[in-house]
Design a protein. Structure first.
Length: 73
């Protein structure tokens, strides 16, 4: 299973579209993944976001629930 198996293709989502999507849902309804570096995450991140730096993403795919939509930033 590869990285692409965990994500459905999406062209892009603006910050406003992401806010609207999350506003109508419980945080348990989707995965919110921050792929930045730890220092960036520590300076500030979206509530409920799980830090999985891009360089670690392939090793940590098991942390992402494939049955839910995933937002990465």
């Amino acid at each position: 299973m590869g990285l692409s198996d965990y994500f459905k293709p999406v062209l892009s989502m603006t910050a406003e579209e992401a806010r609207k999507f999350m506003k109508g849902k419980s945080p348990e309804d989707y995965n919110l993944v921050d792929v930045r570096q730890p220092k960036e995450y520590e300076r500030g991140h979206l509530a409920g976001a799980e830090l999985i730096p891009m360089s670690d993403l392939a090793r940590n795919l098991n942390k992402i629930d494939r049955s839910k939509p995933t937002i990465t930033y």
